[in-house]
Design a protein around this ligand. Structure first.
Ligand code: ACM
Ligand code: ZN
Length: 798
């Protein structure tokens, strides 16, 4: 194996030692020629030992069910089906009862005794003449099969046989495995875009393959109701359909006009729901249905306007507008009758012990004006609309609990007082989960920062439009669901974590796969594997094998982690920019150029950071099997006087857009037209004030700064930028302000320089920059009165 590329900062020897330690810590002991290929199980098992020798599966192999347990037989049949689908007729092996003792065999043992081990635990032993999978519950046996399949070559994931395979060889292994968390979830929003049953099943297949056990089905939202309810036929006749404005950007779609037909949408019939529930249960995936209330429910009001505060009329919106003030009325008892009727039918269809009731983002404007809502506040002795929301949710919880089920809601259900037995899904950071756990409530972690898979996963310049953010594979892998703040006792309430796929910007199944994968696989390891085994290098090494599997399955996973990333540092000794090129991949060759030329396999191979002392353009790309895997990265480099010099921040940038942090404004890197490319630093509502210390008094010619305007994302140019110079850091000489001359209403996204040229022979040691933030969004703007953003990428001093 060639570790050289990934370990360019260390000696090769140190690197080998490091990886050896990684393997040791994962309980993996490599022996024999198969060793390298066998360490690729994801999520990494709690304990795994590779042994000498191999097991060969061929037409003589017997699949044997111990005791002929029907559940074990079903799981063995699942394994047989995969083997035959990928291997062809020679590997069509019959499943037999345990009376058939002949070797070689794969033995499936399900011994349903309570051992106290977590649900999903299993043991898998591969010996030269026998494979044994042993578990105390069906889930464990199923996960044993998943691990066994991952010991096969990636061709086992083929969806149709390529010729007939005569045999497959797998390494002898001993695995004892169990999950870290009981809740290992993925969510899918089928309201913003509707996805057919076939895709939902495929999504469940992918969850199951990586030992995820919960599918959170976001069935209702403003843009479409997706589940047949017998008692309220208009939910599927009206609320499931909207006008087709799919050709327009999501945030710029006008509402349905009179006479305009609502043709875009769909819903799942009761039979389809039952079919999917059974499909998931066969793969040990629990489905939690979500019925949104009291907000994210305007589609309900389009069908039944009497459940609103205002009476309507309403239409199903084809996109988003914000804030959405039309929510269910909390003062009208018929709303609760409606919701209880709906939930009763939902509970009849879904065996899950949990029902998700949404509860997020309820704008209370209409409740403040509604006589019925105000009367409810009075009659119930509530303090305000927040307590009215709490009343709403508690009333629904009481109903759900009376039916023997448990309620989950987004973390807004904490506001105004948590319902007595509620489980909180923490999405606005992990704080909601912490608060819930401290109150003795269960919580599921799904913070936007790490678990929103509708965010970009690589440089937005090259990615399909996403909702925002930047959540790379590595960032997901680094997520820790149990915050340090919690005591051991409180931490027991963290049931696990979940990845969310909201689909405003995801119109097709293939795009949903792209956003979910590979990030879901990183999250699967976070929630399954022991925390002490989490190791990024070990993970990405195993991922190279997983990508091959996904290729055979035809999964449209994102190749974002195959994109080269350029970062810079500063070498104080040589006064040069130190350029590092990396990626999320391990051991994939990177070729690059520094003069703007196209990158080919003949371009220099990147081996270690190199110095640059002049302006240039770095291009770089990853080559797999000699071919460029993804578009090359192109990064202009500016070599100027402020590079690497100490910056004194007098004001603070937002934690939401830090770029690379305190060195971002003098790293030689300029941002692209996309403010989410990780190179722009954002200030929310406040000014930027920074002093650069050039080390000694030197001649200065100009200071140049670029700002970006993107008014649809609430980002405006500064009102002015003021540059001041000083020799001693005490007395500053201020020059004329560079004013903004461009309208805030400019529709286009553009980058605007705010440059200042000093007179000849100007000298200074300290350069002070003050960029005046517009502060609040203008009155004509959709964010009127709210803090607005100011974004800059580099303070260039020549
Ligand atoms: C959410 O993202 N509104 C839960
Ligand atoms: Zn009302």
């Amino acid at each position: 194996m060639n570790f050289k590329l990934s370990c360019n900062l260390q000696s090769a020897k140190g690197c080998v030692l490091f990886l050896f330690l990684v393997f040791l810590s994962a309980g993996v002991f490599s022996q024999g020629p198969m060793a390298g290929a066998t360490a690729s199980i994801v999520p990494v098992p709690a304990r795994m030992k590779l042994k000498p020798g191999v097991f060969t599966i061929d037409p003589q192999t017997r699949l044997v069910v111990n005791g002929d347990n029907p559940e074990a037989r079903r799981i063995a049949t699942f394994f047989a089906a995969q083997l035959q689908m990928a291997g062809g007729p020679d590997l069509a092996l019959a499943v037999k009862a345990s009376t058939d003792q002949k070797l070689p065999s794969v033995v499936f043992s399900l011994i349903e005794e309570n051992t106290g081990s977590p649900s999903g635990s299993y043991e898998l032993k591969v010996e030269p003449h026998q494979i044994q999978i042993h578990a105390h519950g069906g889930a464990g046996l199923f996960y044993g099969v998943q691990s066994l399949l991952q010991l096969f070559p990636p061709e086992i994931c083929k969806q149709a046989p390529a010729g007939s395979v005569k045999s497959w060889t797998i390494p002898c292994t001993e695995i004892k495995d169990h999950p870290r968390f009981p809740y290992r979830g993925m969510h899918l929003d089928v309201s913003r875009h509707f996805f057919p049953v076939e895709f939902v099943k495929r999504y469940i297949d992918l969850l199951a393959m990586y030992k995820m056990n919960t599918f959170h089905w976001h069935l209702t939202d403003d843009n479409g109701w997706r589940i047949e309810i017998k008692k309220y036929p208009k939910l599927t006749q009206v609320a499931a359909w909207r006008v087709d404005h799919e050709n327009l950007p999501w945030n710029q779609r006008s509402a349905q006009q009179p006479g305009e037909p609502a043709t875009y949408g769909g819903f799942y019939t009761r039979d389809e729901i039952r079919e999917v529930v059974k499909y998931a249960a066969d793969r040990y995936v629990m489905i939690i249905p979500e019925i949104e209330m009291p907000a994210h429910s305007v589609e309900v009001l389009a069908a039944y306007p009497q459940f609103s505060c205002t009476g309507g009329p309403f239409t199903v919106p084809p996109g988003s507008y914000w804030p959405n003030r039309d929510i269910l009325c909390a003062g009208n008892d018929s709303v609760f009758t409606f919701l209880e009727d709906v939930l009763s039918e939902v509970m009849e269809l879904f065996p899950s012990p949990y029902i998700h009731i949404g509860g997020d983002e309820a704008d209370k404007t209409n409740w403040k004006k509604c006589p019925k809502c105000q009367e409810r506040i009075k009659s119930e002795g509530l303090k305000d609309e927040k307590e009215l929301q709490s009343y709403f949710i508690k009333r629904i919880e009481k109903f759900i609990v009376s039916k023997g089920k448990k309620m989950i809601g987004w973390d807004e259900i904490l506001e105004g007082g948590l319902a007595p037995e509620a489980t909180v899904m923490s999405w606005r950071g992990v704080e909601g989960g912490i608060a819930a756990a401290r109150q003795g409530h269960d919580a599921i972690m799904t913070p936007g920062s790490h678990c929103y898979f509708d965010y970009y996963q690589a440089d937005p310049q090259f990615e399909p439009k996403a909702i925002g953010g930047l959540t790379t594979l590595k960032k997901v892998y680094g997520f820790e669901p149990v915050p340090n703040e919690l005591s051991t006792e409180e931490a027991r309430h963290i049931l696990g974590a979940q990845g969310n796929v909201w689909t405003e910007f995801i119109p097709t199944p293939s795009h949903a796969e792209y956003m979910a994968l590979p990030r879901m696989i990183a999250l699967a390891e976070v929630v399954w594997s022991p925390a002490k085994l989490r190791n990024w290098d070990h993970f990405r090494q195993r991922m190279s094998n997983q990508f091959k599997r996904l290729d055979y399955m035809g999964v449209n996973y994102s190749k974002g982690s195959f994109r080269a990333e350029v970062t810079t540092g500063f070498d104080k000794k040589t006064n040069a920019l130190l350029v590092t090129i990396g990626s999320e991949q391990l051991n994939v060759p990177i070729h690059y150029t520094t003069n703007g030329d196209d990158v080919t396999i003949a371009s220099p191979l990147y081996t270690s950071p190199f110095e640059i002392k002049k302006n240039g353009i770095i291009r770089a790309g990853l080559f797999v099997d000699g071919k460029l895997k993804e578009k090359t990265v192109e990064m202009p480099l500016l070599f100027h006087l402020a590079i690497g010099k100490p910056l004194n921040y007098l004001t603070q940038y937002s934690y939401r857009y830090p770029a690379s942090g305190r060195g971002a404004l003098n790293d030689g890197l300029r941002g692209s037209a996309n403010h989410r490319d990780g190179l722009w630093q954002g200030y929310l509502g406040n000014d930027l004030e920074i002093i650069i210390d050039l080390g000694k008094e030197i001649p200065i010619n100009s200071v140049q700064m670029n700002f970006i305007q993107n008014q649809h994302n609430w980002i405006f140019l500064p009102v002015f930028v003021e540059y001041s110079l000083s020799s001693d850091g005490k007395k500053y000489h201020s020059f004329n302000e560079v004013p903004n001359t461009i309208s805030t209403k400019e529709e286009q996204v553009f980058i605007q320089p705010f440059n200042f040229q000093f007179m000849a022979n100007t000298k200074a040691r300290f350069v002070k920059v003050h960029a005046k933030n517009l502060g609040k969004c203008p009155s004509w703007h959709e964010g009127s009165g709210e803090d607005c953003w100011m974004f800059m990428d580099e303070i260039v001093v020549f």
